[in-house]
Structures are given as structure tokens and as C-alpha cells.
Design a protein around this ligand. Structure first.
Ligand code: G6P
Length: 466
């Protein structure tokens, strides 16, 4: 059913800008999220006719939809819970995410069987729900920005329903190289590519991922057809970060962290902040730190690894197991090397943005070593927020490497000994060099703030169909 007031700019994503939880008395509590899209969309102003279409993710969200509770400008879709689970956990996070991040242990997985086909049907249903909602809500000729791998089929479906719309698709992940993409059954791979090519414009975070996509299209379909390809390297939001990181709660968190670091203020810190995500390579990061302590005993008692590893996708067994492994390795390092007044690994598992900012501010070294990552905003945020300059150890497989590689100490994420050597190099970088590099990193990291990133896409989309 079409709303009386139809939108001119629409955004569609699985996770929306707000989520609801049920409190003990059955009341609904709203929580606003952050991230590039939220601040990006704010750039077009509250009075622009915009609408964000997202999925209800939990019981609180579903209850909000049923009670008609919601925010202006946001429409949550109450998709059947089992359909959503199959689409989100089964296909998006267990297949598409794995393909693009190359996470399979291929001797035994993936297995594309009858159960997979069933889940794929649900994935179509879930994408169809978005396409239908967008078709109903969009004004004539409106611009629709569809986000990410969850909604890869939406552009094609929406194009059929509403040929008048300008449709963009943006991938926040890497894109798989063609040989790996071809793990997918042929018909599924084709359907995915054709889904995205239903857009007027398909955009990516880096040139590398855009090239991988066009490579897949060339090999599987013979080309990208009339779809334009774009690159928009989302940057950090400097104004917001600088202001937020000097609020009182962040000072409080810094004091807490300093106490946990201990010593008399002369201990160095290696900081990492991630979702506990398979692709973030937290375990090898810990192994590299352990090797540093093994092979360079002079660091024992003189450095602390602050690892903030926040829970993510805990419905999936493999994520829960990964989280357990992260803890196990951290505990092992602490029991092997720790002493009464030195805890080598300070780990926090509860998501806390103020603590993340506090860790950014006091880090001497930031460790960002993903196996593969669309961009990695932590790598961009740390140099902006850092108080005294921070050396960045950065994986060459992170999207951010394209812009930051020159001033980082770069690593092959699988090379644990190489990462240990990089940590040593970063820890011993002269202060002046560290400060200079941090300044250049911060400039590169903030080149395309979220608002501009968003507006650029709208402009480019207008050009793509003119
Ligand atoms: C990545 C994806 C996003 C996703 C985020 C968090 O950055 O590109 O689309 O929202 O991870 O994952 P989650 O599954 O919790 O939404």
C-alpha cells in the first residue's frame, strides 16, 4: 500500500538506524545507531522527503511495528522471523559474507544442498519484501540507495516494479575474486550479479572491490551491461569524533584503562577494536603479540595489548566458537606471562563506544590486521582521535590500505611472525615520525566524510541516468 506522502530519496538496509528492546514492564525502548549511513543521510536535511526502509531484527523491533511505534522517516519491515533468519543468518552471513571475505575452510565447506536451496528461496522472499516496500513508498523518479550483500537482489526486483526510479547499490564489503566467487552454484552467482546490475549504478568502497565485481560480471555474464560502476571511499567523521572523544564519559574510560594498563605511566599500548568477527583476524593478532613477547623479552612488562572485541552475530555457532577461541588465547598469554602487576592482554567484550574512543586516544600502536575487510573504519578513526600520535599496523587486505597504506606499517594478515615484527617496528617508531605519520593518516582518513560520501552517491546516480 502506498503512503500518501511518497519519498524522493530512499535508503534500504537490513539493519536500520534505530532498534527497539522490550523492558520488563513490556515498554519499548528505542536505541539509535551510529555509522556512516546515519550521518550520511543527515546531510540531506530533515525536510528532504527521505525514507529509510529496514528490517525488524528482534522481538522488540517486531513489537514496535505491531504497535505502530516508529520514527518519522523510518519504515521497518516485519518480515516473517523464520524467513528473516534464513535470509540473514543462512544466506547473507553464512554464504555471501563468507564468499566475499574468503572465509571457508574449503575441504569441508561450503555445501550447497537442498537446505541451501530452501534458504535461498527465503532470501528471495526477504529481498522481495524490500523491493515491494520501496516500490510503494518511492515518488516518481525517486532515488533509491540499496545497501549491501543482504539486499543484492533488490535492484533487479525493484527495476521491474518501478522502471522510473534511479537505483543505486552500494557494497560495504569486499567483492570476491572470480575464482572464489565461482564456489557459488552457477545459477546463484548469475542471479546475484544480475540482481545488483538491476541498479543504474553499483558502487564500492575501493577500486579493488569494484574491479573484482566487474571481473565477475565479465567472466560470468560477459559484462556489466548499462550499469555504471563507482567507488566512494567512506571516510571518518572528524568533527563528530573529535567532539565526542572529549566528552566526560570518555575521560572516565581513559582513567579506567590507565589503571588496567598499570605501571608508572611508561607502558606502551597496542590497541585493537573490532566486532568479534571472523574476518578481523583477532586470534592471529594475539598470536603475533605472543610471539613479540616470546622473541623480544625486553617488551615483557613494558607493553599492554588492549583488545576490545565486541560480540557480533552470536546466532551463528562459528562466531560463538571464534569468540571462545579469542578468549582462550588471551587467557593463555596472560597466564604464561602475566605477573602480579602486569596483565599483558586487557580484553573487554562488552560493546562500549566511549571506551573505544578512550582506547583510540591513548593508543601508541593500533593493530588492524583483517583477513579481508571492505574498508575498516577503525583504521581511519584512530589517527583522528589519537592524543599523541599512534602508529598504525595495517593489513594490506583492508580496503583502508588503498588510502592509508603509505603511512602505515603494513602486514600480510596470515604472517604472524611478520605481524610480530611490525608490532615491534611500530612500538619503536620515533615520536616525531609517529606524529607526522598520524597527521597524514588523519588527513587521508577524513578526505571523504560520511555526509559528502552520501551526497556524492546521489549526484552520481542522477548523472548515471540522465
Ligand atoms: C558489516 C556490513 C554491514 C553490517 C555490519 C554489522 O559492516 O557491511 O552491513 O551491518 O557489518 O553486522 P550486522 O550483521 O551486525 O549488521
Amino acid at each position: 500500500m502506498a503512503s500518501p506522502h511518497r519519498a524522493n530519496v530512499l535508503v534500504a538496509s537490513n539493519r536500520g538506524p534505530v532498534s527497539y528492546s522490550l523492558d520488563e514492564d513490556g515498554g519499548l525502548e528505542a536505541k539509535r545507531g551510529g555509522g556512516g549511513l546515519v550521518s550520511g543521510l543527515s546531510a540531506i536535511g530533515a525536510d528532504a522527503d527521505s525514507l529509510w526502509v529496514c528490517a525488524a531484527l528482534g522481538d522488540g523491533d517486531r513489537e514496535a511495528v505491531r504497535r505502530g511505534v516508529g520514527e518519522t522517516g523510518v519504515r521497518m519491515l516485519d518480515i516473517d522471523a523464520s524467513v528473516h533468519a534464513a535470509a540473514y543468518n543462512g544466506i547473507a552471513n553464512s554464504v555471501l559474507w563468507f564468499v566475499h571475505h574468503m572465509l571457508y575452510q574449503t575441504p569441508l565447506e561450503p555445501v550447497f544442498d537442498a537446505e541451501f536451496r530452501q534458504q535461498w528461496e527465503d532470501f528471495r522472499t526477504y529481498n522481495r519484501a524490500f523491493a515491494d516496500a520501496l516500490a510503494a513508498e518511492a515518488a516518481d523518479g525517486a532515488s533509491v540507495l540499496v545497501q549491501d550483500y543482504h539486499l543484492a537482489l533488490v535492484p533487479g526486483m525493484l527495476r521491474e516494479l518501478r522502471p522510473d526510479l534511479r537505483i543505486g547499490h552500494f557494497s560495504h564489503t569486499p567483492w570476491a575474486p572470480v575464482d572464489y566467487f565461482r564456489l557459488l552454484p552457477d545459477d546463484i552467482g548469475e542471479e546475484l550479479l544480475r540482481g545488483i546490475l538491476g541498479a543504474d549504478r553499483a558502487a564500492f568502497l575501493t577500486r579493488r572491490w569494484a574491479d573484482a565485481f566487474t571481473g565477475c560480471c565479465a567472466e560470468v555474464l560477459g559484462g556489466t551491461g548499462s550499469t555504471a560502476i563507482g567507488v566512494h571511499g567512506l571516510g571518518a567523521d572528524a568533527d563528530f569524533l573529535r567532539a565526542r572523544s572529549h566528552e566526560k564519559d570518555v575521560d572516565g574510560r581513559m582513567a579506567e584503562l590507565r589503571e588496567q594498563i598499570g605501571g608508572s605511566g611508561d607502558r606502551r599500548t597496542i590497541v585493537r577494536v573490532d566486532r568479534t568477527e571472523l574476518s578481523k583476524n583477532i586470534v592471529r593478532g594475539l598470536l603475533a603479540y605472543r610471539e613479540l613477547l616470546d622473541t623480544r623479552p625486553e617488551w615483557r612488562g613494558r607493553v599492554v595489548h588492549i583488545a576490545l572485541a565486541y560480540p557480533s552475530r552470536q546466532d551463528l555457532t562459528v562466531y560463538r566458537d571464534y569468540m571462545a577461541e579469542v578468549r582462550r588465547v588471551a587467557d593463555e598469554i596472560n597466564s604464561r606471562y602475566g605477573s602480579a602487576d602486569w596483565t599483558p592482554v586487557v580484553m573487554h567484550l562488552k560493546d562500549d563506544f566511549a571506551r573505544s574512543l578512550a582506547a583510540y586516544r591513548l593508543a601508541d600502536v593500533a593493530l588492524v590486521n583483517p583477513i579481508r575487510d571492505g574498508m575498516n573504519l577503525v583504521a581511519k578513526e584512530v589517527p583522528v582521535v589519537s592524543d599523541l600520535g599512534c602508529a598504525l599496523v595495517l593489513s594490506r587486505e583492508a580496503g583502508a590500505y588503498e588510502e592509508l597504506g603509505r603511512d602505515a606499517v603494513t602486514v600480510n594478515p596470515y604472517d604472524v611472525s611478520g605481524t610480530a615484527a611490525a608490532l615491534h617496528e611500530a612500538l619503536t617508531m620515533p615520536d616525531a615520525e609517529r606524529a607526522e605519520r598520524t597527521e597524514r593518516l588523519a588527513a587521508a582518513a577524513t578526505a571523504l566524510p560520511p555526509q559528502q560520501w552520501f551526497i556524492d552517491q546521489l549526484h552520481a546516480l542522477a548523472g548515471a541516468t540522465d
